[in-house]
Design a protein around this ligand. Structure first.
Ligand code: ATP
Ligand code: MG
Length: 410
């Protein structure tokens, strides 16, 4: 590595060392160095400095990005406890450069604080991380409660790493979580969104969900879901959520792509359904009730976890397809087939049907309709022909015909 040649220290650090020690392929590589961002930039032409509060260098190798960070000193080393420095006229709180020995203490878990020296292939371990790694233990560096207060997201990281690595939380690291869970409410929604993607879309969604539940963290991320799941008399909505998570983990294991909107739509489905029911009880028709409920549910969720607009739009598409699916007569089914989120909406319907939240006949009707040729489709959607429309909801489908046609761009 070129940093080495330029006589700087360079270490692989964090997740990549931890994962390499487990014989796993790291997601990405982080490098810690005593070179400053400016010096890094001089050495690597293919380098970009990012971040204001916490400046890092991204060095590009083809499609790979290696994150190169300069050793940081910790806030505690400063007698004011504030450690605010000026640089280029800006206030930069976290850009106090330090030594490796200082850099160690700002890291979260001991197993994330192993430094692999690329000069002599040795591992620098100030915190007992090698031992914890061998024992499969996640242990926060320093006083756990203080470290969670400093950054409550570490509670989510604890769960994420425990599940991903199959490690157990050290009792001292585990103990404060339930009590401090509320602190997560102070985290900016954009950061929590990034965090839930890592929690739920990395192939261990179901286990993660259960562990988050266990520590009272799930209800902070998805308060509406928690509320409605707790009100339940029946268990099928919970079953639906579990099945959705399990399916997406299986997709991940099969190397298929995972989209955030499908799972998010599943997580918020029960609140949406219940809220839409309330609206319908107030006399709103189904399409309007679902639109209003979606606005309400999403607005509340956005205060906790920001979500990009294309994601919330896709969630709406999947949700609104659910009531549209009940209309199986005439030209509507053909139009639904053309909708961009049809496939996701159909998968969602199948999941509901499998867990008691929708009629299996309806899901089966849509399966057949997709496979059917023109002739069969005509018969399936014809009210006059025997077998037209799916059996049970037939009357309901006709009832909704011509009534409050949902507008196309919901
Ligand atoms: P992943 O496999 O998810 O990338 P990672 O351990 O590399 O896991 P990153 O979020 O990429 O996690 O962070 C890289 C390293 O930076 C961590 O290993 C840890 O040492 C440090 N770090 C990251 N976030 C925090 C935090 N919130 N508090 C303390 N240290 C952190
Ligand atoms: Mg990483």
């Amino acid at each position: 590595m070129r940093l080495k040649k330029a006589n700087f220290e360079a270490y692989l650090v964090g997740g990549c060392v931890r994962d390499l020690l487990l014989g796993r392929e790291p997601k990405d590589f982080d490098v810690a160095t005593n070179a400053s961002p400016e010096q890094i930039k001089q050495i690597f032409r293919n380098c970009r400095i990012i971040g204001r509060r916490f400046r890092l260098a991204h060095v590009f190798f083809g499609r790979e990005i290696i994150e190169v960070a300069t050793f940081r000193g910790s806030d505690n080393d400063d007698d004011s406890g504030q450690h605010v420095v000026h640089e280029d006229g800006r206030l930069l709180r976290d850009n106090v450069f330090g030594t490796l020995e200082q850099d160690v203490w700002r890291r979260d878990f001991t197993v994330n604080a192993l430094y692999y020296n690329i000069r002599d292939f040795s591992v620098v371990d100030y915190t007992g991380g090698m031992q914890d790694h061998a024992n499969g233990v996640l242990r926060l560096i320093g006083d756990p409660a203080a470290r969670y207060r400093e950054d409550p997201v570490r509670m989510l990281r604890a769960v994420r790493f425990a599940v991903k690595l199959g490690f157990t939380l050290h009792p001292d690291t585990e103990r404060p979580i339930t009590e401090l869970a509320d602190l997560l409410r102070g985290i900016p929604p954009a950061r929590l969104y990034d965090e839930i993607l890592k929690l739920f879309l990395a192939g261990y969604g179901l286990q993660t969900y259960e562990m988050l539940q266990h520590y009272g963290l799930f209800g902070i991320l998805f308060p509406q879901t928690e509320h409605y799941l707790n009100l339940l008399e029946h268990d099928f909505p919970r079953l639906f959520l579990i099945r959705a998570l399990d399916n997406s983990d299986k997709r991940f294991a099969d190397g298929k792509s995972l989209t955030p909107y499908f799972l998010l739509a599943a997580i918020l489905w029960e609140p949406l359904r219940e809220t839409a029911k309330k609206h319908m009880a107030n006399g709103e028709n189904e399409a309007i009730a679902y639109q209003n409920a979606a606005n309400e549910i999403l607005n509340k969720q956005l205060r906790v976890t920001a979500m990009p607009r294309h994601i919330t739009q896709a969630m709406r598409d999947v949700w609104f397809l659910q009531h549209k699916f009940t209309r199986t007569l005439g030209s509507r089914p053909y139009r639904l087939l053309e909708q961009p989120k049809f496939r996701a909406g159909y998968d969602f319907l199948v999941l509901r049907a499998e867990t008691g939240g929708a009629e299996p006949e309806l899901a089966e009707w849509w399966r057949q309709f997709q496979e059917a040729d023109e002739e069969k489709r005509k018969i399936m959607t014809s009210p006059s022909e025997a077998g037209g429309g799916h059996s049970k909801r037939r009357r309901k489908s006709t009832r909704f015909r011509n009534k409050a046609r949902p507008n196309g761009n919901e």
